[in-house]
Design a protein around this ligand. Structure first.
Ligand SMILES: CC(C)(COP(=O)(O)OP(=O)(O)OC[C@H]1O[C@@H](n2cnc3c(N)ncnc32)[C@H](O)[C@@H]1OP(=O)(O)O)[C@@H](O)C(=O)NCCC(=O)NCCS
Length: 145
């Protein structure tokens, strides 16, 4: 059973988070390890799922103003996908966002993952677009109090 925690960049498991993000989100696209880093890495909330010193899931949130921001780098280790961990990460992130006073979340969903976010209450808006070389949709959600 994985534990979920918000961490800062000086946390010993941050390197493991980066490794998971690389393996799940970047390596399959042929990207390098350096391409896993975002310019707003330090300004973002990092929620990780960890078990026995291994990071098995993560989701990040970049605050863009006092009310909301972008959910990004949503990843679950391949061997644990489809068992509810991704949904648990999003719900736990949302609880943390409400506690911090945020009301709006937007994200860039890979097209094949849109149903995952729809189950969590996110809605598609705007036109499809290409990001990191693959089709994406804009999605957003207003957090209920
Ligand atoms: C997408 C991802 C984060 C989902 O996490 P997960 O732990 O596998 O998903 P969960 O088991 O929590 O799924 C929750 C629900 O969404 C559904 N779901 C998950 N992925 C789905 C997909 N690709 N297509 C359709 N439905 C999906 C599940 O069936 C489940 O439905 P239920 O509530 O009816 O049981 C994970 O599969 C992953 O890391 N994929 C590779 C990286 C990626 O694409 N990240 C997203 C970038 S935008």
């Amino acid at each position: 059973m994985a534990a979920l925690d918000f961490i800062h960049l000086d946390h010993p498991l941050y390197a493991r988070e980066l490794d998971l993000r690389f393996r799940v989100l970047r390596e399959p696209l042929g990207h390098t390890r350096e391409q896993v880093l975002f310019p707003f890495e330090a300004q973002s909330l990092h929620l990780i799922a960890h078990d026995a010193g291994e990071v098995v899931g993560c989701v990040l949130f970049h605050p863009e103003d006092a009310h909301g921001g972008r959910l990004f780098q949503m990843a679950v280790a391949p061997q644990l996908q489809g068992q509810g961990l991704g949904a648990q990460l999003v719900r736990t992130l949302e609880t943390g966002l409400r506690e911090r006073g945020f009301t709006h979340v937007h994200l860039h969903a890979r097209a094949q993952v849109v149903p995952f976010y729809e189950r969590l209450g996110y809605a598609v808006h705007g036109e499809p677009f290409i990001d990191v070389g693959i089709p994406h949709r804009h999605m957003n959600k207003t957090l209920a109090p």
